[in-house]
Design a protein around this ligand. Sequence first.
Ligand code: SF4
Length: 323
Amino acid sequence: MSSVSRREFMEWAGTTGAALALVESMPKSIALALEAAVKEFPLLWLQFSNCSGCSVSVINTVHPSIENVLLDQIIPGYQLVLRFQQTVMAASGELALEAVRDTHDRSKGRYVLIVEGAIPMKDQGAYGTLGEKAGRPVTQADHLRQLAPDAMAVLCLGTCASYGGIPAAAPNPTGCVGVKDFFAAAGIKTPLINIPGCPSHPDWFIGTVAHVLLLGLPKPQEVDAHGRMKLFYGTTVHRACTNRDYLDDGIMAKKDWFAGQIKAFFINLIETAKELDKHYIAPRYPNSYPEGAPMDFYTRAEAERAVDGAERVIEHCKSHLFR
Ligand code: SF4
């Protein structure tokens, strides 16, 4: 049965079942046979030192929806089975960690390990733990050391997992590293694909998973120097700008006053964007200040200026995206 594709099986079951009046209530034996025809890919999604923004981003995927990705076969005959994900799973404690151990033991070489977040290494990894063993906390580094070597591939979701990101920013008090650096230090050779972004783009993540399932691991020439698939990271928004051709062809505004107006407009926009960048951390992370809440540090005038600036940047982007 395993050599029959799901589509072929459904066609066969549809015609045969109709003749035998079995369509309405598929017998258990047929349902089991159908299951056997579907190739399952277990996923273990571990969140280390992160903000869960990449999880939220992927959960917000639109085409396909996250329900499609996890409950349907995004590719006929291929079913993703998410066995562990701290943020969305209902199970907790030992029951949840049992799913990790079980997947590791029973699906060696077949599961895909998704890592979200950097790995704290300082003080034997004490600043990031997940679960316990014999009453002692298990470090995130230990989980990765055990799970990564037996994975089919490791997907680094987000900038933190790929390169260390915000948790590894100076002065990096917990000694965080990205997965690539972790692998280099631990001598782990499992294929690794970076899907950076803060957060990572859901389409790039789903696309990478689909590529691995359909076409296997990317060939060396399909990956860039930063470990990213060129298919998704080979071009930039700047390249796709509708005004880019003018720049490439050297067609610039001739009149000084007009060029000056455009320059002033963009300088103003860039200044606004720079100011907004300074607010990136504080309103996003409730514990971004040593004490008190972020709202204690903002005045109403500052908040209104930030909202006004954000609206101007959004309007400008919209006018370029939808014309
Ligand atoms: S890459 Fe950005 S969004 Fe993703 S976990 Fe790290 S800080 Fe959060």
